[in-house]
Design a protein around this ligand. Structure first.
Ligand code: EPZ
Length: 422
């Protein structure tokens, strides 16, 4: 297993290009199952999760050609040869559940392994199943698999989520595009990735209103045609790299960044004394003063502070003046980066869904272990500001969501290298 060695090297400066959004691409790719015409995605990120989704779609009989060094995904699912998403692929990536709604909508049948839990929580899929049942699907759980059927096709219906679920909203939205009649999705997720998915589906001929609000209305159509669609910029990669100059000093321009993608996050950075300026090519970020101020953070569904930036923000607050409280309201176990940051001298008290961080003047480099995707990059950020060397192991977590992290950070003056396992 590879590791990444980071050595604190003072202020950063330069540009970092932001890629297409992993979490948009992972729902746009299954949308190819909704049509027998080609769907092409541009601005796709080069990530291991995308390769896993490619393998999953291939196992169903879809064709996915990766062009232009992986930035273009030319997909077509003219004839599905299987309707079963196997456990060995699904367990590696929970987003695999997003083939359920499209397969059901297109062919009236789907067998998808339950994804199982992951490091950050139990991650059940009950809301996905309930939503599809509201569209007339029959669900049966057997041997760890969901056996879904809709013999006469899906019918439009009313779905009211008890709480916001990004994935369940995406599954319901995709399924509803081919359901007979009208579907209304209440308490829908409002993330930019939902808006991007809806924009792509509309290009394919779907009739969707309200994407980006809490209520989405879909008028089912007979069939969807092909399309070409650019994947929206990755707001989580954007937010992650905005924290690099915040924690190290200096000034970095994030190419392709837009404040609209990270509104609540920018508000928090402003409160902490970080200046974010819109430029012609993206966002420029620098500290107003030598140290950041302690702030309190509560994660919420969009447009609130993203849970996927909580670990990275904690790394910044470990070096802030004062005491910060981070409240994680989305996942039940998303503070596993805290013990690793404490190995670097951070002062963090975790109690249930709250982490109290007392800022220290200087973190110290140490060997640390990545536990999940976003935790791994928070350790990289801490290492950029720490005195000495930080060796982050198990960086396969990082490869799931960040392309060329070493190259992008080196490009702004960081001392960082990947150490390949022998
Ligand atoms: C998506 O996961 C993202 N993944 C996650 O990003 C992100 O953290 C999450 O949304 C929240 O923004 C992708 O888009 C591929 P949810 P998802 O359904 O859809 C519970 C990353 O780092 N829940 O909005 O799985 C669930 O356990 C990843 O890129 C149910 O109880 O998240 C969680 O507590 C991590 N039953 C809460 O809802 C369900 O049926 C929100 O989950 C579904 C979810």
């Amino acid at each position: 297993m590879d590791s990444i060695l980071v050595t604190g090297n003072g202020p950063l400066s330069g540009q970092i290009p932001i890629a297409g959004a992993k979490n948009a691409c992972l729902t746009l790719m299954p949308a190819t199952l909704l049509s027998d015409e080609p769907l092409t995605l541009t601005n796709a990120p080069r990530l291991s999760d995308i390769r896993t989704m490619t393998a999953l779609l291939g196992s169903l009989g879809a064709e996915v050609s990766t062009l232009q060094d992986g930035k273009v995904l030319a997909m077509s699912s003219h004839d599905l040869t299987s309707h079963t998403a196997d456990y060995d692929i699904v367990r590696k990536m929970r987003a695999s559940i997003l083939v359920l709604g499209p397969m059901l909508a297109r062919d009236g049948q789907a067998v998808v392994s339950l994804p199982g839990g992951c490091a950050i929580g139990a991650r059940p899929v009950d809301l996905h199943l309930r939503a599809l049942e509201a569209l007339g699907a029959q669900m049966e759980l057997k041997d760890g698999y969901v056996h879904a059927r809709a013999p006469g096709g899906l019918k439009g219906g009313r779905i009211d989520f008890p709480f916001v679920s990004v994935g369940a909203t995406e599954n319901a939205l995709m399924a509803a595009t081919l359901a007979k009649g009208t579907t209304v999705i209440g308490n829908a997720a409002r993330e930019p990735e939902i808006v991007d998915l809806a924009a792509c589906l509309v290009k394919m001929g779907a009739q969707i209103d309200g994407a980006g609000t809490g209520t989405i209305t879909v008028q089912g159509v007979e069939r969807l045609h092909g399309a070409t669609h650019p994947v929206v910029t990755d707001r989580i990669e954007l937010g992650t790299y905005m924290l690099a100059p915040a924690i190290c000093g200096g000034e970095v321009e994030l190419l392709g960044g837009r404040k609209a993608l990270v509104g609540a996050f920018c508000d928090k950075l402003d409160e902490a004394g970080i200046e974010v300026t819109e430029t012609e090519r993206g966002l420029s970020v620098k500290r107003r003063e030598d140290h950041v101020k302690a702030v309190n953070v509560t994660t919420e569904p969009f447009p609130g502070f993203p849970t996927d930036l909580q670990a990275q923000m904690m790394a910044l607050l470990c070096t802030a003046d004062g005491v910060s409280v981070l409240e994680e309201t989305i996942f039940e176990n998303r503070f596993m980066h805290a013990p690793e940051l404490m190995r670097m001298g951070a002062r963090i008290d975790v109690h249930g869904g709250h982490a109290t961080v007392t800022g220290v003047a200087q973190l110290k480099g140490a060997p640390v272990m990545a536990t999940d995707l976003r935790a791994s990059v928070s350790l990289i950020l801490a290492g950029l500001a720490a005195a000495g060397d930080t060796l982050v192991s198990r960086v396969y977590h990082l490869d799931r969501g960040y392309e060329h992290v070493v190259g992008k950070l080196r490009g702004v003056g960081a001392r960082i290298e990947r150490i390949h396992a022998t």
